[in-house]
Design a protein around this ligand. Structure first.
Ligand code: IPE
Ligand code: IPE
Ligand code: MG
Length: 239
Protein backbone atom coordinates (compact mmCIF):
# COMPACT_ATOMS: atom_id res chain seq x y z
CA UNK A 1 0.00 0.00 0.00
CA UNK A 2 1.35 3.41 -0.95
CA UNK A 3 0.98 5.61 2.11
CA UNK A 4 2.86 8.65 0.76
CA UNK A 5 -0.24 10.82 0.48
CA UNK A 6 -2.58 8.91 2.80
CA UNK A 7 -2.80 11.52 5.57
CA UNK A 8 -3.26 14.34 3.09
CA UNK A 9 -5.94 12.46 1.15
CA UNK A 10 -7.80 11.73 4.38
CA UNK A 11 -7.65 15.41 5.30
CA UNK A 12 -6.28 14.63 8.76
CA UNK A 13 -4.95 17.60 10.69
CA UNK A 14 -4.62 16.24 14.21
CA UNK A 15 -4.37 12.74 15.68
CA UNK A 16 -4.64 12.04 19.42
CA UNK A 17 -3.06 8.88 20.78
CA UNK A 18 -3.82 7.40 24.21
CA UNK A 19 -0.68 5.42 25.00
CA UNK A 20 -2.33 2.74 27.11
CA UNK A 21 -1.44 -0.80 28.14
CA UNK A 22 2.15 -0.51 29.41
CA UNK A 23 1.33 -2.11 32.76
CA UNK A 24 -0.47 -5.09 31.22
CA UNK A 25 2.34 -5.54 28.70
CA UNK A 26 4.81 -5.96 31.60
CA UNK A 27 2.51 -8.13 33.72
CA UNK A 28 1.95 -10.50 30.81
CA UNK A 29 5.70 -11.12 30.90
CA UNK A 30 5.82 -11.61 34.66
CA UNK A 31 7.49 -8.21 35.13
CA UNK A 32 6.46 -5.39 37.50
CA UNK A 33 4.04 -2.90 35.89
CA UNK A 34 6.63 -0.14 35.86
CA UNK A 35 8.84 -2.19 33.51
CA UNK A 36 6.29 -1.51 30.78
CA UNK A 37 6.78 2.24 30.75
CA UNK A 38 10.29 2.37 29.19
CA UNK A 39 8.93 0.05 26.47
CA UNK A 40 6.06 2.50 26.02
CA UNK A 41 8.58 5.31 25.60
CA UNK A 42 10.28 3.33 22.81
CA UNK A 43 6.92 2.87 21.10
CA UNK A 44 6.32 6.62 21.40
CA UNK A 45 9.59 7.40 19.59
CA UNK A 46 8.79 4.99 16.77
CA UNK A 47 5.22 6.25 16.44
CA UNK A 48 6.37 9.86 16.29
CA UNK A 49 8.82 8.94 13.52
CA UNK A 50 5.96 7.27 11.64
CA UNK A 51 3.78 10.35 12.03
CA UNK A 52 6.56 12.54 10.65
CA UNK A 53 7.12 10.13 7.76
CA UNK A 54 3.40 10.04 6.96
CA UNK A 55 3.16 13.83 7.10
CA UNK A 56 0.76 14.10 10.05
CA UNK A 57 0.49 17.86 10.74
CA UNK A 58 -0.17 17.47 14.48
CA UNK A 59 -0.14 14.55 16.90
CA UNK A 60 -0.89 14.60 20.62
CA UNK A 61 0.31 11.77 22.85
CA UNK A 62 -1.34 11.18 26.24
CA UNK A 63 1.57 10.48 28.57
CA UNK A 64 0.31 11.17 32.12
CA UNK A 65 -3.15 12.18 33.27
CA UNK A 66 -4.24 14.33 36.20
CA UNK A 67 -5.71 11.09 37.60
CA UNK A 68 -2.49 9.06 37.24
CA UNK A 69 -1.12 10.62 40.49
CA UNK A 70 -3.43 8.17 42.27
CA UNK A 71 -1.16 5.23 41.31
CA UNK A 72 1.28 3.74 43.84
CA UNK A 73 4.11 6.17 44.66
CA UNK A 74 6.71 3.77 43.31
CA UNK A 75 5.07 3.74 39.86
CA UNK A 76 4.53 7.52 39.81
CA UNK A 77 8.18 8.07 40.80
CA UNK A 78 9.41 5.78 38.06
CA UNK A 79 7.20 7.56 35.50
CA UNK A 80 8.61 10.95 36.58
CA UNK A 81 12.20 9.67 36.35
CA UNK A 82 11.53 8.13 32.95
CA UNK A 83 10.00 11.36 31.71
CA UNK A 84 12.96 13.37 32.96
CA UNK A 85 15.52 11.18 31.22
CA UNK A 86 13.37 11.02 28.13
CA UNK A 87 13.29 14.79 27.87
CA UNK A 88 16.97 14.81 26.92
CA UNK A 89 16.09 12.68 23.91
CA UNK A 90 13.22 14.98 23.09
CA UNK A 91 15.71 17.84 22.76
CA UNK A 92 17.20 16.04 19.78
CA UNK A 93 13.89 16.22 17.94
CA UNK A 94 14.70 19.71 16.89
CA UNK A 95 16.83 18.21 14.11
CA UNK A 96 13.72 16.57 12.64
CA UNK A 97 11.96 19.91 12.27
CA UNK A 98 9.40 18.83 14.91
CA UNK A 99 7.61 21.46 16.99
CA UNK A 100 7.13 20.37 20.59
CA UNK A 101 4.33 21.45 22.91
CA UNK A 102 3.58 20.20 26.39
CA UNK A 103 -0.06 20.46 27.37
CA UNK A 104 -1.38 20.08 30.88
CA UNK A 105 -1.15 21.67 34.29
CA UNK A 106 2.22 22.41 35.86
CA UNK A 107 0.75 22.03 39.37
CA UNK A 108 2.60 19.33 41.28
CA UNK A 109 5.04 18.64 38.42
CA UNK A 110 8.65 18.57 39.69
CA UNK A 111 10.50 21.81 38.86
CA UNK A 112 13.25 19.91 36.99
CA UNK A 113 10.67 18.49 34.58
CA UNK A 114 9.01 21.89 34.05
CA UNK A 115 12.41 23.41 33.19
CA UNK A 116 13.12 20.65 30.64
CA UNK A 117 9.69 21.08 29.06
CA UNK A 118 10.29 24.81 28.68
CA UNK A 119 13.73 24.21 27.22
CA UNK A 120 12.48 21.59 24.72
CA UNK A 121 9.66 23.86 23.59
CA UNK A 122 11.91 26.84 23.10
CA UNK A 123 14.54 24.79 21.24
CA UNK A 124 11.95 23.73 18.65
CA UNK A 125 10.07 27.01 18.45
CA UNK A 126 11.49 27.92 15.04
CA UNK A 127 10.66 24.55 13.46
CA UNK A 128 7.99 24.25 10.81
CA UNK A 129 7.23 20.50 10.64
CA UNK A 130 4.94 18.16 12.58
CA UNK A 131 3.53 19.41 15.86
CA UNK A 132 4.23 16.87 18.59
CA UNK A 133 2.17 17.59 21.69
CA UNK A 134 2.73 15.64 24.84
CA UNK A 135 -0.15 15.66 27.31
CA UNK A 136 1.57 15.47 30.69
CA UNK A 137 -0.34 16.03 33.93
CA UNK A 138 -3.18 16.62 31.52
CA UNK A 139 -6.90 16.30 32.18
CA UNK A 140 -9.60 17.60 29.88
CA UNK A 141 -11.75 18.76 32.80
CA UNK A 142 -8.79 20.59 34.38
CA UNK A 143 -8.05 22.23 31.00
CA UNK A 144 -11.64 23.48 30.69
CA UNK A 145 -11.58 24.86 34.24
CA UNK A 146 -8.22 26.51 33.57
CA UNK A 147 -9.63 28.17 30.42
CA UNK A 148 -12.78 29.24 32.26
CA UNK A 149 -10.74 30.95 34.99
CA UNK A 150 -8.64 32.72 32.34
CA UNK A 151 -11.76 34.04 30.62
CA UNK A 152 -13.34 35.05 33.94
CA UNK A 153 -10.22 37.12 34.72
CA UNK A 154 -10.34 38.76 31.28
CA UNK A 155 -13.99 39.61 31.89
CA UNK A 156 -13.17 40.98 35.32
CA UNK A 157 -10.44 43.27 34.00
CA UNK A 158 -12.68 44.41 31.15
CA UNK A 159 -10.68 42.96 28.26
CA UNK A 160 -13.54 40.72 27.13
CA UNK A 161 -17.32 41.21 27.11
CA UNK A 162 -19.95 38.48 27.63
CA UNK A 163 -20.87 38.45 23.95
CA UNK A 164 -17.23 37.98 22.94
CA UNK A 165 -17.06 34.64 24.75
CA UNK A 166 -17.42 32.30 21.81
CA UNK A 167 -15.66 29.10 20.67
CA UNK A 168 -12.75 31.06 19.20
CA UNK A 169 -12.18 32.97 22.44
CA UNK A 170 -12.45 29.77 24.47
CA UNK A 171 -10.09 27.84 22.15
CA UNK A 172 -7.49 30.53 22.63
CA UNK A 173 -7.51 29.86 26.40
CA UNK A 174 -6.94 26.11 26.09
CA UNK A 175 -3.52 24.44 26.27
CA UNK A 176 -4.04 23.50 22.61
CA UNK A 177 -4.36 27.14 21.54
CA UNK A 178 -3.61 27.50 17.84
CA UNK A 179 -3.80 23.77 17.09
CA UNK A 180 -6.54 22.20 14.97
CA UNK A 181 -9.36 20.14 16.49
CA UNK A 182 -8.72 16.42 16.75
CA UNK A 183 -9.86 14.34 13.76
CA UNK A 184 -8.91 10.91 15.03
CA UNK A 185 -8.31 9.43 18.47
CA UNK A 186 -6.50 6.11 18.64
CA UNK A 187 -6.60 4.07 21.84
CA UNK A 188 -4.73 0.79 22.02
CA UNK A 189 -5.06 -1.65 24.95
CA UNK A 190 -8.67 -2.66 24.37
CA UNK A 191 -10.21 0.00 26.61
CA UNK A 192 -12.96 2.02 24.96
CA UNK A 193 -13.02 5.35 26.76
CA UNK A 194 -11.42 8.80 26.63
CA UNK A 195 -10.13 8.86 30.23
CA UNK A 196 -10.32 12.69 30.28
CA UNK A 197 -8.28 13.17 27.08
CA UNK A 198 -9.00 16.20 24.86
CA UNK A 199 -12.69 16.17 25.75
CA UNK A 200 -13.34 19.62 24.23
CA UNK A 201 -11.16 19.15 21.14
CA UNK A 202 -12.55 15.69 20.33
CA UNK A 203 -16.16 16.90 20.02
CA UNK A 204 -16.34 15.51 16.46
CA UNK A 205 -13.37 13.16 16.44
CA UNK A 206 -13.54 9.61 15.13
CA UNK A 207 -12.42 6.93 17.57
CA UNK A 208 -10.41 3.86 16.72
CA UNK A 209 -9.96 1.41 19.60
CA UNK A 210 -7.39 -1.32 19.09
CA UNK A 211 -6.55 -4.50 20.98
CA UNK A 212 -2.76 -4.12 20.76
CA UNK A 213 -0.94 -3.00 23.95
CA UNK A 214 0.92 0.28 23.53
CA UNK A 215 4.52 -1.11 23.77
CA UNK A 216 3.67 -3.37 20.78
CA UNK A 217 2.05 -0.58 18.74
CA UNK A 218 3.73 -0.36 15.33
CA UNK A 219 3.53 1.67 12.14
CA UNK A 220 1.31 -1.09 10.77
CA UNK A 221 -1.23 -0.38 13.55
CA UNK A 222 -1.08 3.36 12.88
CA UNK A 223 -1.78 2.79 9.18
CA UNK A 224 -4.60 0.36 10.04
CA UNK A 225 -6.20 3.09 12.19
CA UNK A 226 -5.86 5.59 9.33
CA UNK A 227 -7.47 3.15 6.91
CA UNK A 228 -10.33 2.61 9.37
CA UNK A 229 -10.72 6.38 9.68
CA UNK A 230 -10.98 6.57 5.88
CA UNK A 231 -14.09 4.35 6.01
CA UNK A 232 -15.94 6.70 8.36
CA UNK A 233 -18.48 9.21 7.18
CA UNK A 234 -18.02 12.43 9.16
CA UNK A 235 -21.17 14.48 9.06
CA UNK A 236 -20.68 17.14 11.74
CA UNK A 237 -24.39 17.20 12.32
CA UNK A 238 -25.22 17.68 8.65
CA UNK A 239 -26.60 15.10 6.26
C1 IPE B 1 -0.29 3.78 30.06
O1 IPE B 1 -0.20 2.45 30.44
C2 IPE B 1 0.75 4.66 30.71
C3 IPE B 1 0.21 5.63 31.67
C4 IPE B 1 -1.04 5.76 32.01
C5 IPE B 1 1.17 6.50 32.30
P1 IPE B 1 -0.83 1.94 31.80
O2 IPE B 1 0.18 2.08 32.87
O3 IPE B 1 -2.15 2.58 32.05
O4 IPE B 1 -1.03 0.39 31.46
P2 IPE B 1 -2.28 -0.48 31.83
O5 IPE B 1 -3.48 0.17 31.20
O6 IPE B 1 -2.39 -0.51 33.32
O7 IPE B 1 -1.99 -1.81 31.23
C1 IPE C 1 -5.11 7.07 30.26
O1 IPE C 1 -4.83 5.78 30.63
C2 IPE C 1 -3.95 7.96 30.56
C3 IPE C 1 -2.76 7.75 29.75
C4 IPE C 1 -2.60 6.86 28.81
C5 IPE C 1 -1.67 8.62 30.03
P1 IPE C 1 -5.26 5.21 32.06
O2 IPE C 1 -4.72 3.83 32.11
O3 IPE C 1 -4.85 6.14 33.12
O4 IPE C 1 -6.84 5.22 31.95
P2 IPE C 1 -7.93 4.37 32.73
O5 IPE C 1 -7.59 4.47 34.19
O6 IPE C 1 -7.83 2.98 32.24
O7 IPE C 1 -9.23 5.00 32.36
MG1 MG D 1 -4.05 2.11 31.50
Amino acid sequence: MNTDNLVKELGINHIGIIMDGNGRWAQKRGLPRKAGHPKGAEAFKKCLDSCVKLGVPCVTFYAFSTENWSRPKDEVDSLMNLFLSFMDEMMKLSSKNIRLRFIGSRDGVPEKICAKMDEAESRTVGNTGTWCCVAFNYGGKEEILHATKKIALEYKNGSIGIDDIDETAFNSCLYTEGLPDVDLIIRPSGEQRLSNFLIWQAAYAEFVFMDVLWPDFSEKDLIAALVEYGKRNRRFGGV
